[in-house]
Structures are given as structure tokens and as C-alpha cells.
Design a protein around this ligand. Structure first.
Ligand SMILES: *[C@@H]1O[C@H](CO)[C@@H](O)[C@H](O)[C@H]1NC(C)=O
Ligand SMILES: *[C@@H]1O[C@H](CO)[C@@H](O)[C@H](O)[C@H]1NC(C)=O
Ligand SMILES: *[C@@H]1O[C@H](CO)[C@@H](O)[C@H](O)[C@H]1NC(C)=O
Ligand SMILES: *[C@@H]1O[C@H](CO)[C@@H](O)[C@H](O)[C@H]1NC(C)=O
Ligand SMILES: *[C@@H]1O[C@H](CO)[C@@H](O)[C@H](O)[C@H]1NC(C)=O
Length: 506
């Protein structure tokens, strides 16, 4: 969920971009005018370009499908295929993805386990379809891959990529999995991820886990696939599943989605339940879709949002305000991009070694991980201390010499949320409240726009949502994304903006 590569990266010195760009009502931004987002201006000498987009744009309706192929098929196309008879069995759909996995996974390492029960679930979906029962279930028969930190109570293991949790048994499906199954989805398997969501050591593990091996960027095999939702992004990009789920604490959906050229939504904190997800921080963790299209991502998000008694922060009210609003978004707006936005204390905010995260996260991790472990009905390990000992006992498999486990050791030394942690959390809240939140309210912004996941820390500490969509290819063909972020609950307008960008690129 975290991208601790950032823990080592001192972001100080990055500045906000200064771009003035006003668009008349009919003059939607075209590629050229959006270009400044992707280009570094030497005179500005900054890596981070932040633009603000105010008042948004018209969104076309759902995309139509031209010609049925399972490869690249969207949820809509699959459903339409079933209703017009060009697709006749969920079993063949599941077989297609299982076949893709068996052919591509030895190279790309996107998947840790496939579900031995997937074909049986497919047969059941077919039987339901024949009996006419599935009507209205949004993801009926849709095969989904889950990041390996999202618990399922079935034949699959839930291990965050680590050997330490193999054989652990959860009491129940994660809240989001319960919702996926209720919507009719088929759990195809568990996706590879950076081990322990990249919260084991400072340098990060660059797409690697003991159980899943080295995930590879399908566009440029030698390029960073990013993480920690590495396998979910690779699998979506390469059609190893119809759709996937990832999780994010700071950049873990937005970054891999960007670098593997797919769509990722990091929802507002509390929009989706984190119950049954191997945690880092209840203050920042969130679960979201990684898919090939915005429309698929929105459908998956729609299926997983909502109240969960096991995660007090997951609120029912979000669903109504956000998603009914989303359905009403066929409005026409002019787009105004404002340059010169100046987020107060931005360099501190982005400096994860000094913004408070480095104090808050380890303590939150230890508390929430121990709580997760104590809720398992069986587990070979019962505490962070046990996992540290497990790694020490398996140094070769866990690549201990190379990656170490310094964050684990730091976290183990914490003793709950005491005075320093409370102060750090207060500092993080202040950075958010007086930073992006204040600015967006003052300037009445709909979104901020950044390349890749450059603003992920800003969104992470504020529990704010972001969506990344493919934006192009950089040096040597490595994809990059364009990310729209906003205040809590801004998903509808962010999705709207993303739709606009896609429409322009078609
Ligand atoms: C996106 O991230 C990749 C990998 O870190 C980097 O090579 C690329 O320059 C970034 N793109 C932009 C526009 O910042
Ligand atoms: C059925 O729908 C699918 C998905 O949109 C499409 O690809 C296919 O051409 C359609 N076939 C017929 C016979 O209408
Ligand atoms: C879960 O882990 C156990 C122990 O290694 C293994 O036997 C089993 O096959 C795994 N489950 C799946 C679905 O791979
Ligand atoms: C943990 O605490 C012990 C005792 O204070 C100290 O010696 C050790 O260096 C600490 N470890 C880390 C990683 O901070
Ligand atoms: C933000 O920066 C100002 C001065 O630039 C400083 O006084 C203030 O303490 C900073 N706030 C935080 C939360 O770091």
C-alpha cells in the first residue's frame, strides 16, 4: 500500500508549477494545451507539476463496443456479449484469463495464486444466467484479481506476498470481497504485490515479493512496474483478468496504474471498507480498482463502496452522495485551468521523512497489523515480532540481506499512539488542512492535476481521492499517467475530468 521508495526520497526542493491556462467555454483543452502537464520546463526546474482544473467539462456517454473479443473486453462488452448471444459461457471467459495467466505469468509475475474454485464459480454463474436470476447484478460473471493483502475466506491464501502468512486462515472475506461476490464477481486469484505493501524496508522492493517473484512492467520489461499494487496493474494491462483491485496508503494504486498504462482510482478514505485488508494505517489505507478503462473502474468502485460495520470509517452516506451525483454528471462545463497554484508547505508535505508520516505510520502499522493477525482463525505468526523472527529465520527466501526489514524494526520499537505520534498526526492533519484543502476551497478548484502519482502524499495524508489514467509514453516507451486529485468525496468530478481526457485522446 505504501511506496516507501519515497521514504528515502527527499522531496524537498520540488516546487509547484506555474502555468496559466484559461480556456474559453467551448475550447476544451486539447493535447497541446494539456502538454505542459507532461513536459518539464527547464526554467522551472521542478519535477512536480501541479495544475489546478476548475469547473469541468462535458462527458460523453458510455463507450460503445466494436466487435467482441475477450481480450480487452470491458464489463459492458462482456454483459452485452452474453445478452446478444455472442458470448455463451462464463467458463470460457474464466478459461481465457487462466490461460493468459499461465502463458504470461512466468515472465511478468503478476499473479501469486489462481483460485482452484474459479471454474466452479463460473459454472454457477452460467447456471444462474440460464435460470434468469442474475439480472441487475453489476459484476455478474466478471473475473476479478485481488491484491494479495485482501482477504478471502476460500482456498486462496492472503499473505501480502510474504511466506510468513502462508496457511493463515481468515475468519471471513474482506468487506470489499463480500461486496464483489454479492455483485456476482468471480474471484480469479491473488495478484502479486510489493511484499508487505512495501512497508518492510526503506528502499522498497521494486515490484518484488517472496511468493510472487519479480513483477515486470509489460511495456518495458526492465522498467520499474511500481507498487505496491504491482500485480494488479500488470494483470489489468495484460488482460490476465477482466478487472482488479489494489490498495493504497501513499501512491500504491496511482503509481503502478500510471506506469503500466491503466486506470487506477484511489478512493476517498472511508469510501471503501478496509476490513480484512492487511493494513498499514487506518488513517491512510484505502482499497480501489485498477482496470483498463474508466468505465470499468467506476463499475468496480460502485460495487465495493459502502458501509461496513467492521470498518467504522466506511460510511454508507458516501455512496449516495457520490454515485448518484456521478450518474448525473452529463453536464456541460467550460474548463478553466489555473496556474500558479501554491500549496502551502508543499515541500514539507511531500517529504515523507519529515512530514510526520515517518513517525505516525510505523506505530499505526504495528497496532493495526497486530489487530489483523489476532483476528485470524489460524496463523503461523501472531505479531509483528513473530514476522520479524520469521524473516530472520528465512533470510534467503525473504532476501533479508538485500532488502532488510528496517521499517519493521522501527515499527516494532513503537508503543502505540503516544505523545510523539499524536503530534505527528496533528502535523499531518494541519499540513493537509492548511495546504491543499484550504487552497482548493479558496480557489474553488475541482481538481489538481499531476503527472504520475506526484501528489500521492498530499492526497494520502488528507484521505483524499485520486484517479490516474494513461497519458502517454516517456523515455524508452515507459508509460506514464495523468492523475486528478481532489477533496474528499470528489470522485464524480475527478471521473468526469478523466473521461474528458480520454475523450480527447480518442
Ligand atoms: C512518471 O514516472 C516515470 C517513472 O518514475 C518517470 O520515468 C517519468 O518521467 C514520469 N513522468 C512524468 C511526466 O513525470
Ligand atoms: C454482441 O455484443 C458484443 C459486445 O458489444 C459485440 O462485440 C458483438 O459484435 C455483438 N454481436 C452481435 C451478434 O450482435
Ligand atoms: C495456499 O498455501 C498452501 C500452503 O503453501 C498451499 O498448499 C495452497 O495450494 C495455497 N493455495 C492456493 C490456492 O494456491
Ligand atoms: C529499537 O530500540 C532499541 C532500544 O532502545 C534500540 O537499541 C534500537 O536501535 C532500536 N531499533 C530501531 C530500528 O530503531
Ligand atoms: C508552514 O510554513 C510556515 C511558514 O512558511 C510555517 O510557519 C508553518 O509552521 C508551516 N506549517 C506546517 C504545518 O508545517
Amino acid at each position: 500500500m505504501a511506496r516507501p521508495s519515497k521514504l528515502t526520497k527527499n522531496n524537498q526542493g520540488k516546487k509547484t508549477a506555474i502555468i496559466k491556462l484559461q480556456l474559453a467555454e467551448q475550447e476544451f483543452p486539447n493535447q497541446a494545451s494539456i502538454n505542459p502537464l507532461h513536459q518539464r520546463r527547464p526554467s522551472m526546474a521542478q519535477q512536480l507539476l501541479l495544475l489546478a482544473a476548475a469547473v469541468l467539462a462535458f462527458v460523453a456517454g458510455t463507450g460503445s463496443c466494436h466487435g467482441f473479443h475477450i481480450e480487452e473486453a470491458t464489463i459492458d462488452a462482456i454483459h452485452e456479449g452474453f445478452s446478444n448471444g455472442s458470448l455463451t459461457s462464463t467458463t470460457s471467459l474464466v478459461r481465457f484469463y487462466l490461460d493468459r495467466i499461465s502463458r504470461l505469468n512466468p515472465l511478468l509475475h503478476a499473479v501469486i495464486e489462481v483460485n482452484p474454485d474459479a471454474l466452479r464459480q463460473a459454472a454457477r454463474a452460467d447456471a444462474e444466467r440460464r435460470s434468469g436470476r442474475p439480472c441487475g447484478r453489476g459484476l455478474h460473471g466478471i473475473p476479478v484479481l485481488l491484491k494479495d493483502n485482501i482477504a478471502t475466506r476460500d482456498l486462496l491464501n492472503t499473505t501480502a506476498g510474504s511466506l510468513a502468512l502462508v496457511g493463515s486462515v481468515v475468519r471471513r472475506d474482506a468487506g470489499v470481497v463480500r461486496r464483489l461476490r454479492r455483485a456476482g464477481a468471480i474471484v480469479l486469484g491473488k495478484a502479486n504485490m510489493e511484499e508487505w505493501a512495501n512497508f518492510r524496508n526503506l528502499e522498497g522492493t521494486a515490484g518484488w515479493s517472496t511468493r510472487g517473484g519479480q513483477g515486470r512492467n509489460p511495456y518495458v520489461l526492465s522498467a520499474d512496474p511500481c507498487g505496491s499494487s504491482t500485480g494488479s496493474a500488470i494483470a489489468a494491462a495484460t488482460n490476465m483478468a477482466a478487472v482488479t483491485l489494489g490498495t493504497e496508503t501513499d501512491g500504491s494504486i496511482l503509481c503502478p496504474a500510471s506506469l503500466n498504462s491503466v486506470v487506477g482510482i484511489k478512493p476517498t478514505l472511508g469510501l471503501t471498507s478496509r476490513a480484512g485488508v492487511i493494513p498499514i494505517s487506518p488513517r491512510q489505507d484505502t482499497v480501489g480498482p485498477i482496470c483498463r478503462t474508466i468505465s470499468d473502474a467506476v463499475k468496480v468502485l460502485d460495487a465495493i463502496v459502502g458501509y461496513d460495520a467492521r470498518d467504522a470509517i466506511a460510511k454508507e452516506s458516501f455512496k449516495n452522495t457520490i454515485f448518484h451525483q456521478h450518474l448525473d454528471t452529463m453536464r456541460k462545463h467550460g474548463a478553466i485551468l489555473i496556474e500558479n497554484i501554491n500549496i502551502a508547505n508543499l515541500s514539507v508535505t511531500l517529504d515523507v521523512l519529515n512530514n510526520g508520516e515517518q513517525i505516525a505510520l510505523p506505530a499505526e502499522f504495528k497496532l493495526s497489523l497486530d489487530a489483523y493477525l489476532s483476528d485470524l482463525s489460524y496463523s503461523p505468526v501472531h505479531s509483528l515480532a513473530d514476522i520479524i523472527a520469521f524473516n530472520n529465520a528465512h533470510p534467503v527466501e525473504e532476501r533479508l540481506k538485500e532488502f532488510g526489514q528496517l521499517i519493521f524494526l522501527i515499527a516494532e520499537n513503537t508503543t502505540g499512539i503516544g505523545a510523539p505520534e499524536r503530534a505527528a498526526i496533528q502535523e499531518l492533519n494541519k499540513l493537509s488542512a492548511y495546504g491543499l484543502e484550504k487552497l482548493m476551497k479558496e480557489l474553488k478548484l475541482d481538481a489538481i492535476v499531476t503527472p504520475n502519482d506526484s501528489a500521492s502524499s498530499v492526497l494520502a495524508i488528507g484521505g483524499m481521492p485520486g484517479i490516474t489514467v494513461p497519458a502517454g509514453y516517456g523515455k524508452l516507451g515507459v508509460p506514464f499517467g495523468i492523475c486528478f486529485g481532489g477533496l474528499k468525496g470528489y470522485e464524480p468530478r475527478l471521473i468526469e475530468i478523466a473521461h474528458l481526457v480520454f475523450a480527447l485522446e480518442d
